[in-house]
Design a protein around this ligand. Structure first.
Ligand code: SAM
Length: 509
């Protein structure tokens, strides 16, 4: 083990994901859902990400919010080289990456005071000492009124599967080889243990299925998730207690579907919960009701309620954009209680209104079918639509043009990267100030348009064939060049019909 890693995996790079919860406009909408005064993403903010991995989230957000400054650190230098390379290729001047450990970053002299400090996928995978350093960092660097976002594995959701991870580590540590071998061998051993009818698997619901799922999951993800020296699922109350040292109070979940009780708890469960006075205990007990295994908490340094009038005004001024094809909008949503139908008369009018372009709530309220819903149902509908990822909160329309300059440069850099890589699956939207999921083929089709290629499928096939790559149909490689091109033509037709109009409205073209 190298001395700088504190037992954290460093030889294998993490996945290159974009996490929407880190988006300033998303965090603010969650706070608005709780009628609480916060920063405003339309204003210049200073934003910090601790443990940024390969830096995709911070890079996307910096491109989509050129009026704000973004700082991020990760002690794995390979991650930071990659993050800086993308920022350089995009010409982003408002993003600053450091390869400092949390302890080194605490005393980094060039840091400003932050409006938002985020850590996604960190807290459960570091030592107690590093957790204390993070709390000290927030205490020192978060502005009064600022938000801290932290996600972590939680209890009781992990209670039955935690022993699985312990044996993974133990079996892995029997091997001196690299992380992939350790992972493979430990999964083999666990498979054999299950075959031997170990009673743990019978007595622990869902554990056998979880082990089965590991076989299909990204190995880099599994190594970072399970093969670190530290792995600690937490009760919410304990995290809230630690963060209170930095004068932080729990505000709400960043996962907006959690805001809608009807999706997550029966009436009896809600009544039971409402009897618990202590906020931390109430939130922790809620985790028992839904058997929460991953939490996305927003804390605030000085929560002040917004007056009813101001809260309504902020909601009405917020612009929303559809990020899916209207015709394909799902009719169901999944919460803690399982699947629930999305009533057409509630969700349909919003989806129809947004299908013709981004709109503020105020504009949508002029539509009779939306006006008829009334305030509470309208807000709940928007929380569900945004929480499900079908709709995104946006920044102000006055500055769309300015943001477009930086997102254009950034998106071109990502699309050029897609010539040889599937790693980055998000582009920056100047409309939302966030990232939008766009897969490699869609990126290459967009690149063909940008480069004014008359035949986009042929352009993409040229790239793939040069690399000796072929498309897959139902998981099987397609044989001949003609068949590959035909498949690309089919995919391109779907892209033109369903995805391009959405991407155009989100400013990705
Ligand atoms: C599970 S990954 C999450 C990365 C990123 N936040 C994401 O969600 O894609 C955890 C990251 O924290 C970094 N890390 C772990 N301990 C650290 C420390 N003490 N100082 C700085 N970075 C650390 C690791 O290198 C790794 O990239």
């Amino acid at each position: 083990m190298s001395s700088w890693t504190s037992g954290y995996v460093s030889e294998v790079a993490y996945t290159a994901g974009f996490y929407r919860e880190l988006t300033p406009a998303m965090l603010e909408l969650a706070a608005l859902g709780k009628s609480t005064l916060t920063t405003q993403a339309t204003q210049p903010l200073a934003v910090c990400e601790l443990g940024c991995g390969r830096g995709v989230s911070t890079n996307v957000l910096a491109a989509a919010n050129p009026h704000s400054q973004f700082y991020a650190t990760d002690f794995n230098p390979a991650h930071i080289v990659e993050a800086r390379a993308l920022a350089n290729a995009a010409g982003s001047k408002n993003v600053h990456f450091f390869d400092s450990s949390f302890a080194e970053f605490l005393d980094e002299p060039s840091l400003p005071q932050f409006d938002i400090i985020s850590l996604h996928g960190i807290l459960s995978w570091i030592s107690e000492e590093n957790r204390r350093t993070i709390v000290a960092f927030i205490a020192k660097h978060l502005k009064t009124g600022g938000l801290a976002y932290v996600s972590y594995n939680s209890l009781p959701g992990w209670a039955s599967a935690a022993p699985l991870r312990r044996l993974m580590m133990e079996f892995g540590s029997l091997h001196a080889e690299g992380a992939f071998t350790k992972l493979g061998k430990s999964l083999d051993m666990l498979g054999k243990l299950k075959e031997a009818n170990a009673r743990y698997f019978q007595a622990s619901p869902g554990v056998a299925e979880r082990l089965e799922k590991f076989k299909t999951q990204n190995k880099n993800y599994l190594i970072h998730e399970f093969m670190n020296e530290d792995w600690h699922p937490f009760y919410h109350k304990d995290v809230a207690r630690e963060f209170s040292e930095a004068k932080l109070n729990f505000l709400c979940s960043a996962h907006l579907l959690d805001h809608v009780d009807a999706l997550n708890m029966t009436e009896a469960q809600r009544n039971f919960l409402n009897e618990i006075e202590d906020a931390g205990l109430r939130e922790t007990t809620r985790d028992y009701i839904v058997n929460q295994q991953f939490r996305r908490d927003i804390f605030i340094k000085g929560g002040v309620p917004l007056g009813l009038f101001t809260a309504r005004e902020r909601w009405q001024e917020t612009r929303f954009a559809l990020s899916i094809n209207r015709a394909d909008a799902p009719t169901k949503v999944t919460g803690g209680l399982g699947e629930a139908a999305m009533q057409t008369e509630v969700y349909g009018p919003f989806l129809d209104a947004l299908a013709s372009g981004p709109k503020t709530l105020k504009t949508m309220q002029a539509i009779p079918a939306i006006a008829e819903l009334g305030w509470a149902r309208s807000i709940q509908a928007l929380l569900v639509l945004v929480g499900s990822g079908h709709v995104q909160p946006c920044l102000d329309d006055k500055n769309d043009g300015k943001r477009r300059e930086s997102t254009r440069r950034f998106n071109r850099a990502v699309m050029e990267n897609a010539r040889h890589s599937t790693d980055i699956q998000a582009l920056a939207s100047p409309i939302t100030g966030g990232g939008i999921g766009v897969d490699r083929f869609e990126q290459l089709f967009l690149l063909a348009r940008l480069n004014k290629h008359a035949d986009a499928p042929a352009f993409v096939w040229q790239i793939l064939s040069t690399l000796g790559q072929r498309l897959l149909r139902d998981g099987v490689p397609i044989e001949t060049p003609e068949q590959n091109l035909e498949e690309l033509r089919t995919r391109h037709a779907t892209f033109l019909e369903k995805r391009l109009p959405v991407f155009e409205q989100l400013g990705l073209t």
